[in-house]
Design a protein around this ligand. Structure first.
Ligand code: F6P
Length: 379
């Protein structure tokens, strides 16, 4: 039997995943003569041995489609796998050995894991158990340090920008302060770029804790200039100086944590800061405040051409690594060039916005407030 690759998509879905799967499968068939086995629903499929041999027909016509034909999960951690007993009691068991055994059953020579920091960290643990892994970085959050950008981010920013454009016209008509809450977990990349592209008056990101006084000052300063409305773009992980992010659910690390667990028990779900900020502005100024949470809209739908191209390039690079028997690396984009880094490097930390970076300074230079005095001032 020839070389056989496994592939799974883990974590939150992301526009461009199908472009990656298509590139891996088509390149495997046409260029290398590899076989490709898909595991369904992320690591859950690996634990439960839900897999299938991908044929050409399955990857035809999927390039432009959002989501993932393999399904995904951001809940199932094979090292702490949720098991429900006959009595309905929930416990967590280590099913990683079983998952690795399923790879052997399928005669997989290497496993491609397409995921964000949570899935890639799990992939890294499998690599330490001796499973040959190739990582492909995916997340709308763009928070992986080893790559200039992850696919999915461009689509999320495009979607958020279109939404901000629409909010703009209604904010202007009603003379309101409209807060648009975007995703991004504990990194402010989506808020920063969509906020800049959509002409947000105030951008709130987790990397720059905000002050309500500074936000109000900006809103009132605009009003004094005849601008009776304001647009606030708030990352879901944004929080006031001395305060905490707002969570919808889950328990985990306390305030100021950089990144709680993403998978399994203890994972927390951010959300709600937009409403809190809108209400506070209304209370303090008397100006009507409204919040819109974009949520999963940012993860769905047709990937942009940029994400389709990047996903295709990542998939083809992963095949090249497999062909050269280079394992436990993650493909990435660095300075416009597709390359690869050790998986350990890829999962070592989270990439967050540098408050002094050129993008923040550019936004501040055109009058955007970050809700903190002096944020983005010329260096
Ligand atoms: O990591 C991608 C992401 O969309 C984050 O931006 C967001 O915080 C999280 O996933 C939401 O996860 P879920 O789909 O479980 O609500």
């Amino acid at each position: 039997m020839g070389f056989r690759l496994g592939i799974l998509t883990g974590g939150g879905d992301c526009p461009g995943l199908n472009a990656v799967i298509r590139a891996v499968a088509k390149g495997a068939f046409y260029r290398y003569g590899f076989e490709v086995v898909g595991f369904n629903n992320g690591f859950k499929g690996l634990v439960e041995n839900e897999a299938w041999l991908i044929g050409e027909a399955a990857v035809s016509g999927i390039l432009h489609r959002g989501g993932t034909i393999l399904g995904t999960s951001n809940r199932d951690n094979p090292f702490q796998f949720q098991v429900t007993g006959a009595d309905g009691r929930v416990s967590y068991e280590d099913r990683s050995a079983r998952a690795a055994a399923h790879l052997e059953e399928w005669a997989i020579d290497a496993l491609i894991v397409v995921g964000g920091d949570g899935s890639l960290a799990l992939a890294h643990r499998f690599s330490q158990m001796g499973v040959p892994i190739i990582g492909i970085p995916k997340t709308i959050d763009n928070d992986l340090p080893a790559t200039d950008v992850t696919f999915g981010f461009d689509t999320a920013v495009t979607t958020a920008t279109e939404a901000i454009d629409k909010i703009h016209t209604t904010a202007e008509s009603h003379h309101r302060v409209m807060v648009v809450e975007v995703m991004g977990r504990n990194a402010g990349w989506i808020a920063l770029q969509a906020g800049m592209a959509g002409g947000g008056d105030i951008i709130l990101i987790p990397e720059i804790p905000f002050s309500y006084d500074v936000i109000i000052e900006k809103v009132m300063e605009r009003r004094a200039r005849g601008k009776k409305f304001s647009i606030v773009v708030a990352a879901e992980g944004a929080f006031p100086a001395g305060g905490e992010p707002v969570y919808q659910s889950g328990s985990g690390p306390g305030p100021g944590h950089s990144h709680g667990p993403v998978f399994g028990p203890g994972a927390r779900r951010l959300g709600g800061i937009g409403q809190v900020v809108a209400a506070e502005i209304e209370t303090r100024t008397g100006i009507e405040g409204r919040a819109t949470v974009l949520g999963h809209l940012q993860r769905g739908g047709t990937p942009t051409s940029f994400d389709r191209v990047l996903g295709t390039r990542f998939g083809v690079k992963a095949l090249e690594l497999a062909h050269c028997r280079r394992f436990n690396e993650m493909v990435c984009l660095q300075g416009g060039v597709i390359t690869a880094v050790p998986l350990s490097e890829a999962v070592s930390q989270v990439k967050r916005v540098d408050p002094g970076c050129e993008q923040v300074r550019a936004a501040a230079a055109v009058g955007t407030s970050f809700g903190q005095a002096g944020a983005g001032a010329a260096g």
